[in-house]
Design a protein around this ligand. Structure first.
Ligand code: BGC
Length: 757
């Protein structure tokens, strides 16, 4: 009786909620359609025009005079403008236009707004979806308090070429992992209700396949099979769409010969019709105009037609829609219906955010004051930063260091605030960032002697420095006293018990337009490292960089190596937590570290060739001068403690299509510290109608074990973990033999086989 009552009540509530949603949807449609009817063609075109303010730009400044465009209703959205005061000022201008349609404010809030979190490739090493969602949530809280409605994140481009500087912005090479992060980020930014006042529209980018550009050179050509696209590169974008992402950004590259921004198959057939996306599509920066340089349009008129007919709703900064759409309608190359559809989508996003009821809802200075960089946000930044750190090597347990004696801190990145917040830290305030030197000082009392020398410039290649730094910095090109700096650093090292060296890349050496053909630590820094190493003092190498680096010499010689990426505002405190053992590192890399650039592209989930490596047989797939395996494999990362794995047990050797299988393994903390471990599950389909990867990540569990403790970790394997696109491009699981692997990274695993019936 009681149970029936509950059921009835739940059913009634569900029906009431559904009815309310239906009613709200109808109200929204009526509101927007009524507004659309009142709009002139020019006013409609204005809504499809996104312009940058003059606060910051990432490309050529094509369309100056944005304020005049706002006043005349010729622009419906602005990016690179924030603060409640400034956005209010611009919003007031928009509200003086005939129809008083509010502006939408977008920005690249990539890894935090003011409180900066680790770069995405670093944060991915946490293997913690809740934390990744949390950093997006905090970013949304701060961005919305600072006048923003829309972030150009998450970037979910699968990337297997570390020469490409933009690998820093994504989560690396794995499709399944990329899908999980995509969902977490969308949820974090958008929350459950876009009309809540701390949510922002997310924008999944760069649609699509940008991460597969040839030779790792930014903006370059992409060419790949449909199979690889569907199986490996598209799923993270799809996961974002399934999670309800409000907007999608096109990519700069071509797909199958047609630039993404003019690609109807991509933007309409796939995105809208197959995937059911119903938000709006924005181009990347001037991507419509660039179709002229791509050679698929003669002029802007033609480029605009291509974009509109492909399914692009909003033009970012190119001014092509603003300049050409009217003509295109007159010439009947674009229909009014198409324009109305695009405008509807943009207005719907504004409606969902609640901007029609209160255009100034994100313009409250008191809220900005209260929310931005509040202590809880900084605390979260430190938590996430320390969990992003990866221990790559720790010979003879050099780490953690004792809080005693004399410590030398050396390197061009040891005390550089700007580098800590990394690239794409758009609104980040470098002056608030904690450097490594400061973090160490914060941690250690006066009983420890801390010495510091810069030792080297970021690079001796001044040409590269100029290219890498958007805005000239003080240290540019001045290499005059490099030899003296190196000598000073060596003398300093000689006085110390241990040397901590902060080396790697400056923030401008990765990110957009920052491809490198060699991805080692710059030569001059290596000279410094070698000179300090030669003193015989124990050296801890603290790496800071935006991509996997080639580290063969470092790995062979330096006792302890910590990968710290660019960890954000709290970087120095987080690194000090790890260096001195207040936190036991547990990060695992999500992008393979090659031995040298000749191995690129290198990724763990490759397919088998017909001649798999056999060291004793010359005619097998290998190099003469380097081994096939990477320096550090996907999923790799050490701990101060030791985890021992028992044998892998399967609940059965047979699985039926409707059934499932349990894979269990005992993990014991047999070392001297409490710690966390990411236990990883991989699966291989041994024989398929098409070739299958040698293994694919299908799950993981992050566990905490006190020293001496053991636990059994169990994964449930479902049919969907075995599915793929078969020879007819049907999504299915084929019967036959599979191997399950469980382990501490993609290389060091235990295996067991089963058959799918
Ligand atoms: C980048 C995008 C970014 C946009 C706006 C472009 O150059 O490719 O990722 O969102 O600029 O700043």
């Amino acid at each position: 009786m009681k149970r029936t009552g509950w059921l009835l009540l739940t059913a009634a509530l569900l029906i009431a909620t559904a009815l309310r949603a239906q009613q709200q949807q109808t109200q929204k449609e009526q509101f927007i359609n009524k507004l659309l009817q009142r709009m002139t063609l020019q006013e409609k075109i204005g809504q499809l025009n996104l312009l940058t303010s003059d606060m910051d730009v990432t490309g050529p400044f094509m369309k100056p005079g944005y304020k005049k465009d706002i006043e005349t209703g010729a622009c419906g959205a602005i990016f690179n403008a924030y603060t409640p005061q400034y956005t209010r000022q611009l919003q007031e201008m928009a509200l003086k236009t005939r129809l008083k349609i509010p502006l939408l404010f977008g920005y690249d809030v990539i890894h935090g707004h003011k409180t900066i979190f680790p770069i995405p490739l670093g944060e991915a090493c946490t293997w913690d979806m809740a934390l990744m969602q949390k950093s997006a949530r905090i970013a949304a809280v701060e961005a919305s308090a600072d006048g923003l409605h829309w972030t150009y994140s998450p970037m979910v481009d699968i990337a297997r070429d570390p020469r490409w500087g933009r690998v820093a912005e994504g989560v690396g090479e794995d499709t399944w992992y990329g899908m999980q992060v995509a969902k977490a980020k969308v949820k974090g930014y958008q929350g459950t209700d876009l009309s809540a006042d701390s949510t922002v529209l997310a924008c999944v980018k760069h649609f699509a396949l940008y991460g597969a550009i040839e030779a790792g050179r930014d903006y370059n050509t992409v060419d790949m099979s449909r199979r690889r696209m569907y199986q490996e590169y598209l799923p993270p974008y799809k996961a974002a769409v399934d999670a309800g992402v409000a907007t999608v950004m096109t990519s700069f590259n071509e797909i199958d010969g047609i630039p993404a921004t003019g690609n109807k198959w991509l933007l309409t057939d796939l995105l809208r019709e197959q995937w059911g996306f119903n938000g709006f599509v924005v181009t990347d920066y001037t991507a419509i105009n660039e179709m002229i340089a791509h050679g698929v349009a003669e002029d802007e008129l033609e480029a605009g037609a291509l974009a509109m007919n492909a399914g692009v709703d909003m033009d970012m900064q190119g001014g092509v829609y603003a300049g050409q759409l009217k003509k295109l309608v007159e010439q009947k190359k674009v229909t009014m219906q198409q324009i109305d559809t695009a405008v509807y989508r943009v207005l719907a996003a504004k409606y969902d955010l609640g901007l029609f009821s209160d255009p100034f809802r994100y313009c409250d200075p008191a809220r900005a004051q209260r929310e931005i960089m509040r202590p809880a946000h900084l605390q979260a930044a430190r938590e996430i930063a320390k969990r992003s750190i990866v221990l790559l090597k720790n010979e003879k347990q050099l780490l953690p260091l004792r809080k005693q004696g004399t410590i030398a801190v050396i390197g061009p990145l040891a005390n550089s605030q700007r580098d800590m917040i990394g690239n794409w830290s758009a609104a980040g305030d470098a002056s608030k960032a904690v450097t490594l030197l400061q973090g160490i000082k914060n941690k250690l009392g006066s009983g420890v002697k801390i010495l510091y020398e810069q030792g080297a410039y970021i690079t001796g290649d001044t040409g590269m420095l100029k290219k890498a730094l958007q805005k000239p910095r003080l240290e540019t090109a001045d290499t005059a006293n490099a030899a003296q700096m190196l000598n000073d650093a060596v003398s300093l090292a000689q006085q110390a018990d241990v040397v901590i060296m902060a080396l790697g890349e400056s923030q401008g050496m990765s990110g957009e337009a920052a491809s490198r053909s060699g991805i080692g630590i710059p030569d001059n820094q290596q000279q410094l490292l070698k000179a300090v190493y030669a003193t015989g003092k124990p050296v801890v190498l603290v790496l800071m960089n935006g991509r996997p680096l080639t580290l063969e010499w470092e790995d062979a010689h330096i006792s302890a190596i910590l990968e710290t990426w660019f960890l954000g505002t709290e970087a120095g405190n987080a690194i000090a937590d790890v260096l001195f053992g207040d936190y036991n590192p547990a990060g695992k890399i999500t992008m393979t570290f090659p031995r040298n650039t000749g191995q690129i592209p290198i990724y763990y989930n490759h397919r088998s060739t017909g001649r798999p490596l056999n060291p004793d047989n010359k005619y097998t797939s290998k190099y003469l001068d380097v081994s096939n395996d990477p320096l550090y494999p996907f999923g790799y990362g050490l701990s101060y403690t030791k985890f021992t794995y028992g044998p892998l047990q399967l609940s059965s050797r047979q699985m039926s299509r409707g059934g499932q299988l349990r894979a269990s393994i005992q993990v014991s903390n047999t070392g001297g510290y409490d710690g966390e471990e990411v236990v990883q599950l991989y699966i291989r389909d041994k024989v398929g109608s098409v070739t299958r990867p040698v293994k694919e990540l299908k799950g993981f569990k992050k566990i905490f074990l006190e020293k001496g403790q053991s636990t059994t970790v169990t994964f449930i394997i479902h049919l969907e973990d075995l599915e793929f696109y078969d020879k007819d491009m049907q999504w299915t699981a084929e019967p036959g033999e599979f191997t399950v692997f469980v382990g501490t990274n993609s290389r060091d695993v235990q295996a067991a086989d089963f058959t799918l019936n």
